[in-house]
Design a protein around this ligand. Sequence first.
Ligand code: ATP
Length: 333
Amino acid sequence: SKRVAILTSGGDAPGMNACIRAVIIACQKANYTLIGYKHGYNGLLQQEYISLSLDSTHNLIQQGGTILHSARCEEFKTREGVFKAAKNLDKAEIDTLIVIGGDGSFRGAETLGEEWDGQILGIPGTIDNDIGGTDATIGYFTAIDTAMSSIDKVRDTADAFERIFLVEVMGRNAGFLALNAALSAAADYVVVPEFFESPDVEVTKIVSQIKAQRALKGPVSFIVVVAENVWPNGLNGLTEALQHHHINDVRPVTLGHVQRGGSPVAQDRLLATTLGEFAVSLVGSDITNIMVGEVNQRPVTVPLPKTWENAKPLNVARVDAMLTLMNERYNNV
Ligand code: ATP
């Protein structure tokens, strides 16, 4: 019978618990022993782990965060750290290590695979959706929903005062979250790295759209969604750039870590459950150093390096056509 270990690493994401639950149940059915390392790769280095059984699964599917806790781990980025992790896995007689995390976690897992003979399976868990080889990542759908609801609320107050709001949305260096949140909340403009030309070009477009709207409709609210890490100096930089065009009284809102929290939406629970079950089905096979993912509703395996080498295009159908709808009040008049 196999011994399986699981950990969650990097940015936490809603649905990680749902995935842990699926792995626990699938391991139980297959008669595998399952342990969970705490605090990402730190637990692996400190041999801090708990045994996971059906006792841990009740109500777990709906809980945000991760019961195993997550962490960044500098020591694991060193050769010595990776050697130590490999030794600890052997000591605990682990056959298969399952890593739920983002691209950083997968880079770590790939390095570990060079030093350790056991089987390594990655599961994509990040709100950013910035992982190649899978249509979506666990946590992404919930984060879109959270950002969308937050922008809806900003719209209420923006309308009341006919104000301009800048809303920063997470996503690391990818625009999936910002674009989809902006489209689903009908923001007026979106700034994402994939379409970013230069601060000058963008600010000129924003200003001309604000002016066009206001010329036609009088004072109206205007919401600009800005992906994090795109604008030099973030929302402050954009606020200043707008001031240079005599647009003052702009309100910045950074959504921040609320986007990481909350009970996962159904899509994330289903993806988490599918991928957890699929990963356990591969335990004991000679498939290793891969991530399990889902493409067109089919489970797939992806060599770990492909998950960060192949930048994924924004997964919005007809994205250009969708973007033209962003300024609907202007277009309709
Ligand atoms: P997210 O993108 O959602 O924040 P992530 O998995 O990309 O998730 P990172 O902080 O980039 O988050 O990585 C998590 C951990 O993975 C790091 O703290 C480190 O322990 C390990 N790691 C990252 N990159 C490497 C690398 N190149 N080599 C070894 N380990 C790495």
